[in-house]
Design a protein around this ligand. Structure first.
Ligand SMILES: [Zn+2]
Length: 375
């Protein structure tokens, strides 16, 4: 369970082109506000799906003005046309983890706001007329489904928004913009990033995706020796992400936030770990503000203190960035539901410092469907 809970936590300058083609946008519209039962589940929600839809996004948030950091969002009982089961029903005894490894499609447990993108199994979306699903609340610390009997009062409503893209060919995405936002003591110069980015690009070039660094900026370093977080306490990460978004200014640009030593501390499960990097949302880029949506990378050494860099050289940082961008774009660790070879040469091997730059064709398909990839 520990490994699964930690899935996305890896223990592990140029200006925008004025002639840039407008990226495809995935706009969310309100589907409804739904009551949550004492079992932490919404009613069965139906989304009508138009013909030729290629991509379905579902986003869950709290009603305006509410925040419930202890409760995380996930979907269950996801079915196409009421029959084909994409995600099953979770049970306390068997599904105490952040994502279902047996499901046809994956849904990642998320704090603050949850975003789910279908398909995410490396195949095209079949023709379907409706998708039904329930929003289920989980305990952000234990990843267990919640119930009023055990957890006391649980949030009464969830808001669900949806968006779809039509006719987006699987091979459409070709460019991804990223921005480095430094909130650490480490010195990150344009010259250093000129060495790092071509190394990151080595992972994505074989699948025809360009990773473009569009800006490099500094924001205030948070106080303290290290930056602590856990599933129910993402507030420091959320604040950094919101500040970084203002600093970047560009839309549909992946914020890569360089932080003090990241430390995962879960008092309930008695887990205490320094982590190299964390991506709180898989996929990233689709949740509402305040949800700590970014790639966070420890830039200061947890071992040697805030004034020592976390990586040995450009290659060390590049390997972390390439792997974490994979999470942001929708990939999980291997072995995964895409049948990805668990051998050490895959980009999504849990130890991103292994010789791990291979993206297989099904993973490439998932990456290219991310709405932030541009023509
Ligand atoms: Zn990882």
């Amino acid at each position: 369970m520990v490994l699964l809970l930690m899935m996305a936590a890896c223990s592990a300058h140029s200006a925008d082109s004025a002639a840039e083609k407008k990226p495809e946008s995935l706009d969310f519209t309100l589907l409804g506000t739904y009551p949550v039962g004492n079992d932490g589940r919404s009613e069965l929600i139906t989304l009508k799906v138009a013909s030729s839809t290629e991509l379905i996004a579902i986003r869950s948030t709290w009603p305006e003005g509410q925040s419930h950091p202890n409760f995380c969002f996930q979907l269950e009982e996801v079915r196409a046309d009421g029959t084909e089961q994409w995600v099953g029903k979770t049970t306390v005894s068997s599904e105490n983890h952040t994502t279902c490894s047996e499901c046809l499609h994956r849904v990642y447990m998320q704090a603050g706001s949850g975003a789910f993108l279908f398909p995410n199994n490396g195949q095209s979306l079949p023709e379907l007329s409706s998708l039904t699903f329930k929003v289920v609340l989980r305990d952000c610390l234990t990843a267990l489904p919640v119930s009023a009997d055990v957890d006391g009062p649980i949030p009464a409503h969830v808001v669900v928004e949806t968006g779809t893209l039509k006719n987006k060919p699987a091979a459409a995405g070709k460019r991804l913009s990223v921005a480095i936002v430094n909130a650490s003591n480490s010195s990150i110069t344009p010259e250093f990033m000129d060495v790092v980015m071509p190394l990151v690009q080595q992972a994505y070039q074989p699948i025809g995706v360009d990773i473009e660094l569009v800006s490099l900026s500094d924001i205030a370093r948070p106080d303290g020796e290290r930056l602590e977080y856990n599933g129910a306490n993402m507030s420091l990460l959320g604040d950094l992400a919101d500040t970084a978004a203002k600093s970047i200014g560009h839309k549909q640009t992946v914020p890569i936030i360089l932080t003090p030593c990241l430390h995962f501390e879960n008092p309930l499960l008695q887990i205490s770990n320094d982590v190299k990097a964390v991506v709180p949302h898989i996929p990233g880029g689709l949740v509402s503000p305040g949800s700590a949506d970014a790639v966070f990378v420890s830039a200061e050494s947890c071992l040697f203190g805030p004034d020592s860099p976390a990586w040995l050289d450009a290659d060390g940082l590049a390997r972390i960035l390439a792997h974490e961008l994979g999470h942001f774009l929708g990939l999980y660790h291997v072995p995964d539901h895409l049948g990805t070879d668990p051998q050490s040469d895959n980009l999504m091997h849990p130890d991103e410092l292994s010789v791990a730059f291979i993206i297989n064709p099904t993973q490439a398909d998932v990456i290219r469907r991310h709405p932030w990839l541009k023509e």
